[in-house]
Ligand binder design. Sequence first.
Ligand SMILES: Nc1ncnc2c1ncn2[C@@H]1O[C@H](COP(=O)(O)OP(=O)(O)OP(=O)(O)O)[C@@H](O)[C@H]1O
Ligand SMILES: [Mg+2]
Length: 242
Amino acid sequence: MTTTTPESIPRSEALAAAQLEARATLSWHQRGKKKVIAIGGLKGGVGKSTMSVYVALVYAVHYGLRVLLVDADPLSQTAYDWHRLAKKKGDPLPFAIETWPHARVGERVLEDTDDYDVVVIDCGGESSDIFGSAVAACDQVLFVTSPRKAEMRRIKGSLDGALSAAKEAGRLAQIDANVVFTRVKNSRGSHNEAARDKVRDAGYDLLAAEIPDLVDYEDAMETCPRDLGHYLQLVQTMEAAA
Ligand SMILES: Nc1ncnc2c1ncn2[C@@H]1O[C@H](COP(=O)(O)OP(=O)(O)OP(=O)(O)O)[C@@H](O)[C@H]1O
Ligand SMILES: [Mg+2]
């Protein structure tokens, strides 16, 4: 007679069981719904594409869901290039990719993504039309910024502008919108706290989970990261807050 001990369960079976357990915590998935997440923010390399890839990875790996990442950045197709180059190196990312960098991206997502459980849209930071279109089609918005002073100066205007399309469409109440800090340096706690206050003073919710500035995340580009790092907790916090 053979007994099944945790050690003797093949890794893939153990992973599938863990994914099943993780999925049970997603109420929208249990109701058979798809989730669309728009990721946008200020222009200039704050970490939007890195966040988009990792968030897609968390849903694919930790939850075992069918994920599509849409690269909607009209200027630099970082997410698409990352996906393509990782595949070329034999280290593919476990989700699908499309490039739809136009102001009808939201409609396209609503029409053409029935095969997926989660759609993550990397909206870039250049086009308010693209961000507006994505936001109008999404359930969740992550507005990515770093707590640096230069970015904080513009934060209220940027947020009001970015979310005006959703407001006009009367959708803001249905969307879970959060500001999220990335590339956080821990050198000065008071500096980060002042930035957190600025977001709250502007009337927006700040996600409690943050992404630190780490060389591991910088090096992750063009690979399939094995470690979900702080992004797992970020998605779990986002799901718990929704
Ligand atoms: N948490 C992090 N820690 C350290 N480096 C990071 C982190 N996140 C992103 N980076 C690095 O910062 C740079 C910009 O990141 P990324 O391309 O994700 O930003 P972006 O906001 O999408 O930029 P763009 O405005 O060009 O679209 C890259 O070199 C990336 O590797
Ligand atoms: Mg980008």
